[in-house]
Structure formats: structure tokens, C-alpha cells
Design a protein around this ligand. Structure first.
Ligand code: B12
Length: 436
């Protein structure tokens, strides 16, 4: 055989080898670059919600547009920096909650900002105060639950930890207890996203070298248990939980050195397959995914030096325009029902006509206009997109842990929100007031 032919066969053989580690199989760099470029484009779009998580993803990436990142950081500072006039106890101005503040602090560390300034110290104190309040709620008022969620609580612990701050041991203890007593659930089901975020917080604390051996031993045990549960949550398709919880799950596996486990490359393959098919269109999820594709996790923020970075990312990279939705000329029918258990009657039940390609949010808008029965709804902007907060005048309540769940009839919980989900012709959607 000719030597060149032999060489070609060898290359083909290497390419065909299954992925052994949680590494990106060759040939996917264009796909990853497109995701990176899309997040950069989103960061420049003034109509998009400002999101520190998008900034963190851009910073953790191997390729940068340093000028555009700096502009985005400035816009984040304008919105997230608490005004000097408001006190820690809460001024007149609406302040970011635990999770948003934590994401903002992660962003500042990813920008290598000096935190030994008055503003830097105030931000750290503020997050510590938020966690203290969350801890009090868990202990006294919240029946073992924090004010926001264990997801945000974990984000808070993680953010302080990547800044090298020592965290009140009682705050850590509450997260350990929650893990031990399986509190990382939503609506009675394991929340892989929450487990993964708590796992990242534990992994950071374990590596911090700031705590006494007994606490470190308990933290290490929690890391082990959380990663085991995540590995067990792998589906036959390779995802951990659903496809949208998998980015954070793989981040945890990377952070805890589990990338040699066979589950990890299988999860990575599932992520790449879904990315290729255009399933990741939500900026928040895209921002949780990009670090994974660079083999990184949020723990890597702690050691960032912001030096000698590759400044070659351009907005004009040719990529499929995944987020542009083209409405069809064909009309489709979607059945829309509203349920408020324990009441047996449906509060609303009508078929709605919309152009094909419409989102569920378009269906709701049309229902308001269409009649004959009065349909009303309200939304709230979040980093994840518009959250449905009230239907027919009934408001979701954080305190009572009730929300408007989106279901495909009879009882399949949708994996996307109202602006991302596109119902098919003849589909039945139920909006159900549910506990979580
Ligand atoms: C906690 C949580 C919830 C809680 C939020 C209540 C609370 N007080 O914390 C509850 C149970 C209410 C919830 C509901 C839903 N959720 Co949820 N949720 C999360 C979770 C675990 C953390 C969110 C968070 O705190 N982010 C951090 C903070 C700092 O950001 P934030 O913008 O301030 O957070 C708010 C929003 O994220 C919002 N929110 C929560 N979930 C969702 C989902 C959508 C689509 C939107 C627009 C907003 C939203 O609630 C947060 C608190 O106010 C994420 C996991 C993840 N990977 O992000 C899933 C996640 C975002 N949820 C998801 C889904 C699908 C839903 C539902 C659509 C499920 C359903 N079929 O009804 C509903 C929303 C329906 C509606 N009314 O519009 C998916 C979204 C996937 C995607 N394709 O983008 C995720 C990624 C989970 C998953 N792996 O499937 N969720």
C-alpha cells in the first residue's frame, strides 16, 4: 500500500475512534465557534435581557472579542451594580436577588476585576447578607426551603467561593443538609440542574483550602453523592436529566475530574448532536453549554488571569441563523386549556388559530384577542426569557411555591418556555396551576 494511502487510513481510523474522554471529537470546532459567535451577537443586541451568564460564557471561551466583551461588562455594571444610596438592608431601588447577584459576581471574577475596592467589598457583603437571609428562611420560616431556591443558594455559595471568600459554615451546613435530605427537587422530582449547581458549589468549597478537616470531609462526601446521582440520572440518549440540564451536569463532571467515566463522552455526544440540530436557542442554556464545549466549568473562573487572550472572534462568522423564526402562511389549530386544581372545572378551554411556526406566547396573545371568553395572562422577564406568572387573574406565588406549569395534554411537562416552544397543528396545551 502507498504510504500516503496508509496515512489517510490512519487518520480515518483515529477520527472513527469513539471519544474516550469528555473531550470534543475533532471536526466540531465550526459548531462551537458558531455558538460562541451567537452569544457574542446576543451580547450586542440591545433588545436582549442583560445576562451576566452570557458574559461568563464569553470569558471562559478560548476565543474572544475583547472590545465587545468590555462593552458588555460596562452595560452589566450599569444595571447590576447596586446604587450607592441603597443600604445592604435594601433601599428603594429594586436590587438583584441572590442568583442574579451571584451571576454578576461570577462575571466580575471572570473579568479579573479588583474586588478590594469599596464597591467590590460592598458587593461581597451584599451577597453574604442575601445568603444569611436565605439560611434564616431555611431554618425558621421556609419549612426547610430558602427564599429563592437551592439553585440560587448554590450559585451564591459558588460565587463567593470562586472569589476566594470564606463562607459562614452555617450557610454551607444548610446546603449539606439539603443534599443529605434530598431537597434538590422540583415538584417532587429530582432537579438535575439544582444538583449540578450544588455540586459545583461543593466542588469549589472542597478545593478552597479554607475549612476545617471535618467540614471538608462532609463536603467531599456531598461531592461524591451528587456526582453519583447525576451519573445515575443519565438517560439512554446520553443526557443527564433532560438535554437542557445536561450542560450543567457535564460542567460538574469536568470540575470533579469525572471526565474519564464513560458517561461523560456519551453526554457530550448528546449535547453536540442537539447543538447540531439547533435545539439550543435559549441564551441562558447556550451560556451554560459553551464552557462545556471548551472543556471548562464555572470552577475555572477562580483561576482566570485575563492575560494573553486570543482576540480573534468576529461577528461575521458564517453560521445558520438559528434564532430567526419564519412564520408560515398555513394556519394551525392549538387547543388551549386552563386548570386550577383542586377545582375540577377548566377555567378556559378553546381552540386557537395561529400561523404555523408560532410560539406558545403567540397562541396566548391570540387567545386574548380572539374571544369569545375572556382570556388573560401576565409575564415577567427573566434571564431565561418571559415567565408566565398569571393566568385568568391567578398569580403564581413564590412564597407558596406555586407556578403556572406548561403541559402538553394530558400530562407531559414542556421542556421549553412560552417564547421558545412552538406547538404543532392539533396539539393540546394545558396551563396548570401547580406546586413546585
Ligand atoms: C428553579 C427553576 C424553576 C422554578 C422557578 C421558581 C423559583 N422561585 O426559583 C419553577 C419550578 C417555577 C420553574 C418553572 C419552569 N421551568 Co424552570 N428552572 C429552574 C432552574 C432549576 C433554576 C432557575 C434559576 O434560578 N436561574 C438563576 C437565576 C439567577 O436566573 P433568573 O432568570 O433570575 O431565574 C428565574 C428564571 O429562570 C425563572 N424560570 C425558571 N424556569 C424557567 C423556565 C422558563 C422557560 C423561563 C422563561 C423562566 C424560568 O425562574 C427563576 C426564578 O425567578 C432552571 C435550571 C437552569 N439550568 O437554568 C430551570 C429551567 C430554566 N426551567 C425550565 C422549564 C422548562 C420550566 C417550565 C417551562 C416547566 C413547565 N413545563 O412548566 C416552567 C416555567 C413555566 C412558566 N410559567 O413560564 C427549563 C428550561 C429549558 C429551556 N429550554 O430553556 C430549565 C433549564 C430546567 C430544565 N433542565 O428543563 N423553574
Amino acid at each position: 500500500m502507498e504510504p500516503r494511502m496508509l496515512q489517510l487510513l490512519l487518520v480515518l481510523h483515529v477520527l472513527a475512534l469513539p471519544v474516550q474522554l469528555c473531550e470534543i471529537p475533532r471536526g466540531n470546532s465550526a459548531l462551537i465557534k458558531c455558538l460562541n459567535t451567537e452569544l457574542l451577537r446576543l451580547s450586542q443586541d440591545l433588545t436582549e435581557e442583560l445576562n451576566p451568564s452570557v458574559y461568563v460564557a464569553l470569558r471562559l471561551s478560548a476565543d474572544h472579542s475583547l472590545e465587545k466583551e468590555a462593552q458588555y461588562l460596562q452595560r452589566l455594571k450599569n444595571v447590576f451594580q447596586p446604587s450607592a444610596s441603597s443600604s445592604v438592608a435594601g433601599g428603594q431601588q429594586k436590587q438583584p436577588n441572590t442568583g442574579r447577584l451571584a451571576l454578576y459576581l461570577l462575571a466580575l471574577r471572570a473579568a479579573c476585576q479588583d474586588m478590594e475596592t469599596l464597591m467590590g467589598r460592598q458587593l461581597v457583603t451584599r451577597l453574604k447578607y442575601h445568603l444569611h437571609k436565605e439560611k434564616e428562611q431555611i431554618a425558621f420560616k421556609g419549612n426547610g426551603r430558602p427564599i429563592t431556591s437551592y439553585y440560587q443558594y448554590s450559585l451564591g455559595v459558588l460565587a463567593l467561593c470562586v472569589h476566594g471568600k470564606k463562607i459562614d459554615t452555617h450557610v454551607i451546613q444548610k446546603l449539606l443538609n439539603a443534599e443529605k435530605h434530598n431537597k434538590f427537587t422540583h415538584g417532587g422530582k429530582l432537579s438535575v440542574d439544582t444538583k449540578a449547581m450544588a455540586g459545583l458549589a461543593f466542588a469549589c468549597l472542597e478545593q478552597a483550602n479554607l475549612y476545617e478537616p471535618r467540614l471538608v470531609a462532609a463536603i467531599s462526601l456531598a461531592v461524591q453523592r451528587v456526582t453519583d446521582r447525576i451519573l445515575q440520572a443519565q438517560t439512554t440518549k446520553g443526557t443527564f436529566g433532560n438535554i437542557f440540564s445536561s450542560p450543567l451536569a457535564v460542567q460538574l463532571l469536568i470540575a470533579t475530574g469525572m471526565s474519564k467515566k464513560p458517561e461523560c463522552p456519551k453526554g457530550m455526544d448528546a449535547l453536540l448532536g442537539s447543538l447540531e440540530q439547533g435545539h439550543f436557542q435559549n441564551p441562558m442554556i447556550m451560556s451554560q453549554l459553551l464552557p462545556v464545549l471548551d472543556g471548562k466549568s464555572y470552577l475555572d473562573i477562580a483561576t482566570m488571569e485575563c492575560r494573553a487572550e486570543q482576540d480573534t472572534l468576529e461577528l461575521d462568522t458564517k453560521c445558520p441563523g438559528s434564532r430567526t423564526v419564519i412564520l408560515g402562511t398555513k394556519m394551525i389549530t392549538v387547543q388551549l386549556a386552563v386548570e386550577h386544581p383542586p377545582s375540577p372545572e377548566t377555567l378556559y378551554n378553546h381552540s386557537i388559530q395561529v400561523p404555523s411556526g408560532s410560539s406558545l406566547q403567540d397562541v396566548l396573545r391570540t387567545a386574548v384577542e380572539q374571544g369569545p371568553e375572556q382570556f388573560t395572562y401576565e409575564t415577567q422577564n427573566t434571564l431565561h426569557g418571559p415567565l408566565l406568572t398569571a393566568v385568568m387573574g391567578v398569580k403564581a406565588s413564590n412564597g407558596e411555591r406555586r407556578y403556572w406549569q406548561l403541559l402538553q395534554a394530558p400530562a407531559t411537562s414542556l421542556q421549553k418556555g412560552i417564547s421558545d416552544y412552538q406547538p404543532q397543528d392539533g396539539e393540546s396545551i394545558i396551563l396548570k396551576f401547580s406546586p413546585w
